[in-house]
Structures are given as C-alpha cells and as structure tokens.
Design a protein around this ligand. Structure first.
Ligand code: SF4
Length: 394
C-alpha cells in the first residue's frame, strides 16, 4: 500500500472536483458557490499542475472561499494500491476505484515521448476473444474523476509539470474498457487532458481507441477533437466477428464508413487501425492483402495519402488464452507486404513484459457482473492452471 488520497472523507456528500472539466467547474463556482469563474481556474491549476488536493494549501484563495470549498467539495483521487516499474522504464499502477474494484494504468516512456494508457471501465462488457481484460467480465463505467484521477496519479508520480517539464506527452484511452461505451465521462476527462488548466496536451496527442461503436464514433466527431484509433484486428467480417464480437452489430463496412466521416470532419487527420497479429489466425499473406484493399479504399474515400495508419501489435499471450504470438519472420513478412503497398505499418515493440503491462495484458480486480470471469476460471482449472482471472494484485 502507498500513500494516496484514499477513501473519500466521511460526512455529508461533497462534490468531487475531479469530476469537473473547465466549463462545469466554472458553472459550479458561479452557480453553487457564487464565485467568479477565474477562481475555478486557480483551483484547476492547484490540482492538475501542482498536485495539491487540500483546499487549505491553495494559498491564493481567500479564507472564505477555502471554507466554502471545504464544506461543499473534495478533491478525491483513486486509491493507489501498488505500482511496479519494469526494467525498460514502463510503469504500472493498480488503482482502487471502490472497495471491490481496481483497474490498471500504464506509462510507457519512449524516445522523446511519454505515453499513458488509461482505462475507461472496470473490466469490459465487450468480449474480444484475444483480450485479457475480457476474461474478467465487467462491473461498471468509471466516473470522470476516476479517469482523470489515473492521469493525475501518474503525472504526480512522474513529476510532470504541464507546460514546463513534460514527462507525460500523450494519453491513449486504450486501457481496460471500451471508452465510447462510457462516452460522457471519457469526453469530459479528455477535455481536462487537453486543457491548459489541466495537462495541456495537444488534441492529436490524446487518442481514443474503440472496438467499433459506430454511432458513437459519429458523436465523438461532433463533440470532441481527438485522435481516433480503431481495434480492427481482422480484414473481413467472418474473422473479425470471431475476434471482436461487436463486429456482428457493426460490420466492417459500417465501421469504415464511420471512420471516413470522422476523418473528413477533421480534415488532414489520420485514423490508426490497430491490428494484433495472432499466429495462424490473421497473420497470413491473404489477410495482409485484404487489409491493404480495405485501407486503400479508406485513403481514397478520405482523399488523402496515408490517411490510414496501421499499428501491428504482436499478440502478448496470457494464461489460458488459445492464441499465440507469430514468429518474428511472420511478423516482418506481414509488415513487408503492407510496406510494399506503400502503407505506414510500424510493429509495436512489446513493453513492460516483465510486469504484465504489455498491450492486451491489463487486468485489475473486477467484481464481475457477467458470467465471464467464472467461466474463464473453470477453463483455467480444466487446463490445470490454478491462477484465477483476478490475480493481478496478488
Ligand atoms: S479489446 Fe478492448 S473492447 Fe475488446 S474486450 Fe478488450 S478492453 Fe474490451
């Protein structure tokens, strides 16, 4: 256990300031506290730039305002249960969201950038067959405070100073959960990430990754301005429906059309397609050729070269999975076919392997409200493996 804000203080219900972005905090100050907007700005700076959570320490606020805030509000971050550093610089935090649920957040430093992978739900209601999070089932959406709280804890740990000492340069909503299934809270949290009073990240440095919730991609295009990534993983409906069951509801054609609308709305921006390579499943030359056709059609529809980018992710195995990682030769072969067709397709390096923080390996503690976790445990037992689906914190 580590120091952390911990459980919210007892007493009459107080509003958690972490739940507010700039607009809603200004409204809270004006309508609830009878204060000027700029006071809200001062409070945001104390919290997100200086990591101060006690109103008494916010020394440029008057005594009366500090008293009002103490009575009506609280600054409450998720509880830090433990954190682990990888030998490659990757860092993972297990954060308690309530007495029974915890999620994981991962920081990945790389040349000139530091990326934080943030979770949006406790578990995930979608059931992608190659995903470790999916084996844990689903409990609930995270609140805005619980999402931005992940950024706050990581940024504080890293000694990040927005606008000066940036350790945290990018955020990807690619941790546990489907972010578009928790739309309002995710969009509000992303607005704090991009706000100068928050973490000051450029729009293109905040990426939302979706398994393909088509109507919500359109809504995201209307209400926010962030980079879009799509978990594609297969170039045809038959295979994709097996890997990403959401595809049965929103097949590839509908998904690609939504991506085209998103890219056209934000002229000049590209869409990243995530493609996890699994041995003998989706890593064959015919899959590469189908993928090339799909992405060429996307570039043509958007009328921009390289509008589609592909991220190739060699599968990171976890106990009980039926999938395997392809050999290096197969990965390079797949990449070469894409490159020869003029596509940008980097292979993502595996990071944080020694602390189970690699892509697709995130697990927290999920009080599952589906049958999925119990079913997965049975499968593990049948394979003679004692580890449960909730062993991340052990
Ligand atoms: S891959 Fe993403 S959307 Fe699919 S089950 Fe895992 S967390 Fe959910």
């Amino acid at each position: 256990m580590r120091d952390a804000p911990g459980p919210a203080p007892a007493g009459p219900a107080r509003t958690n300031i972490f739940d507010f972005d700039r607009v809603s905090l200004e409204r809270f100050f004006e309508e609830e506290l009878g204060e000027k907007k700029f006071r809200a700005h001062q409070v945001m700076k104390w919290i997100h730039h200086r990591y101060v959570t006690d109103f008494a320490d916010m020394t440029d606020l008057g005594k009366v305002l500090r008293g009002k805030l103490e009575e009506r509000a609280v600054v409450h971050a998720p509880q830090l249960l433990f954190d682990k550093a990888s030998t490659d610089g990757t860092h993972k935090w297990l954060l308690g969201m309530d007495a029974k649920n915890a999620i994981e957040t991962v920081y990945i430093p790389d040349k000139g950038r530091g990326t934080l992978c943030v979770s949006s739900q406790v578990g995930c209601a979608l059931n992608c067959t190659f995903c470790s999070t999916a084996t844990q089932g689903f409990n609930r959406n995270l609140s805005t405070a619980e999402i931005i709280g992940q950024v706050w804890i990581a940024a504080r740990h890293l000694g990040n100073v927005p606008h000066q000492q940036r350790k945290l340069t990018n955020v990807v909503m690619m941790g546990m959960g489907e972010p578009l299934a928790n739309f309002d809270n995710v969009v509000r949290a992303m607005s704090i990430m991009r706000d100068d009073l928050g973490y000051g990240l450029a729009n293109k440095r905040v990426t939302l990754s979706t398994a393909g919730m088509v109507p919500m991609i359109d809504r995201l295009g209307e209400e926010s301005d962030v980079s879009l990534a799509v978990s594609l993983h297969a170039p045809n409906d038959e295979l994709r429906s097996e890997l990403v069951p959401l595809n049965k509801k929103y097949p590839i054609e509908q998904l690609m059309d939504a991506c085209v609308r998103y890219a056209l709305r934000k002229r000049g921006t590209s869409v990243t397609f995530e493609y996890t390579l699994m041995k003998g499943v989706n890593d064959q030359p015919q899959h590469a050729r189908e993928l090339i056709r799909l992405l060429r059609a996307f570039d043509n529809a958007v009328q921009m070269k390289d509008a589609a980018k592909v991220n190739l992710i060699p599968f990171n195995p976890f106990p009980g999975t039926r999938y395997e990682r392809p050999g290096d030769e197969a990965i390079r072969g797949f990449q070469k076919l894409l490159n020869n067709a003029g596509m940008i397709a980097p292979v993502r390096r595996t990071r944080g392997d020694d602390i189970d923080a690699a892509c697709g390996q995130l697990k927290g503690q999920v009080m599952d409200r589906t049958r999925r976790q119990a079913d997965f445990r049975k499968r593990l037992q049948a394979q003679g493996r004692p580890a449960g689906a909730n062993d991340a914190a052990a």
